[in-house]
Write a protein that binds this ligand. Sequence first.
Ligand code: ARG
Length: 616
Amino acid sequence: MLGCLTLFVAPSSSSSPFVSFNFNRLSHFRPSISLPSTTDLLRTTSRRLILATKKRSVSTMANEEENVKRKLAKLFEVALKVTVPSVVDVEPLVAACTGKFGDYQCNNAMGLWSKIKGKETEFKGPPAVGQAIMRNLPQSDIIESCSVAGPGFVNVKLSRNWMAQSIQRMLIDGIDAWAPRLPVRRAVVDFSSPNIAKEMHVGHLRSTIIGDTIARMLEFSRVEVLRRNHVGDWGTQFGMLIEFLFEKFSNWEDANEAAIGDLQEFYKESKKRFDSDPDFKERAQKAVVRLQGGEQKYRKAWTQICEISRNEFNRVYQRLGVQLEEKGESFYNPYIPAVLEELTSKNLVEDSQGARVIFLEGFNIPLIVVKSDGGYNYASTDLAAIWYRLNEEKAEWMIYVTDVGQQQHFDMVFKAAKRAGWLSTDDNAYPKASHVGFGLVLGDDKKRFRTRSSEVVRLADLLDEAKSRCKTTLIERGKGDEWTEEELEQTAEAIGYGAVKYADLKSNRLTNYTFSFDQMLNDKMGAIVLDHADERALGLHLLQFSEVVEEACTNLLPNVLCEYLYNLSEFFTTFYSNCQVVGSAEETSRLLLCEATATVMRKCFYLLGIVPVYKI
Ligand code: ARG
């Protein structure tokens, strides 16, 4: 298997998640050449070329580039001002388009016309406005030609030369030159966030996968990201767990993970005790008070239980390649009194039926911040966390990834924070908080995803199965003889975990998604549709990478990036099927285009948290 780069990518609509590219085929392969693989060849040749160009290039470090759309928008801004000086501050409406007349389009003519219609004007209608915008467009090396279509759309065809140079420059400066620029310096992404001793279920898996991708995209966009695991480590369940620990192990201080065994089972057993024995229940309730009062023995038992859970979570994160920093609910507990005091001094908090609550416009229930028994809750913890993130961590954007079931909780908490003056009331301004909701994970029966015996599916089991199914397929394909055990393991992990992630990320996050190993690991190739795409179409798509990441970040929609990656694979497939690379007159240019494609693809894979495999 020389020089075979395999990237598996799944279309959102098709049932064929694997498309594999064989670089050997790039060259319309001549069998007599058996020396270095095409990938190696490609690498050396392009490195050589890059080095050669580097010497000649003056401003290789100048990678603070605007993206194509913004560059064009600036040109159109000038054109719009000149065309209709009486209308000020018109935002240029520039969008990428697909059609034979243009690569981008400016759609301002109609809007402008509606503003000047009936007033004294030289124009007779939107097409004339469009013509004038086109005429007034400043000279630029980006643009090859322009035309006006329909009711005044100005189509722009990009200069082939400029496109080629831009891609070449990216190869020299690196893909970071194409990182989008966002108006924030530091963000908190609050994701995964399972609850100690309770099951970490597929909902937490979704949060982990979606949150990680959002964090990766923001990091790529040069935002400093605080990856926060807001674990539920401070609920009333701890009284029960601690009492049960004391009861089950006389030498509980030495009871380690191996002794306690499965924490979910431990939780279930203790719950049974709690529900069936009133004495135990009373002791458990007292234990919560003693824990929260800071009594050492109880603190110690609590730490021990948290540690076991933490180890279990970390094993899942490690398998998925996800980094997180834990700051659980307990961390914010000491901040709650002062935060509630501040909210009270701002006249937000009032008494209601023995509890302390915040009434918020647009909601028919109040946000409870102190329960009638005097205890704090999920909402008071989240308010303290917002305060901390803004004031201590200086975050400008706080992003919370949970299932849509928690939408109302976050809407209310954010609204309270706005009323307190902590967050901007303008949703487009910072500091801001966003809830990234996602739909349920369903089983084949379209009900909540469970095991056959209707238990919660353990994430470790799920990942084991994804991996072992892949391994079986690889062995069926004869890889067992061809590869080392290590290669087999690594490839099975990359494809198995990658497929789980991709299945989760490819559809709009708000829709429910049906978990199906068969679908996500299906490696049959679908029918290949060959369009009229060529180098140019591929180049254009590459250039749009930065815009797409920006869009995915701004709207917090990872599926936008998945779609981009899928389309990139299609453009590339079409390109390499129609264009001979090695041995052709255009060899150099085409090798560079291949390298640029690989660079962008690798970044997409990285941003999606998927490990690409290099042979299959
Ligand atoms: N532990 C919660 C759950 O499992 C999710 C926490 C989300 N983050 C937050 N700041 N509330 O549902």
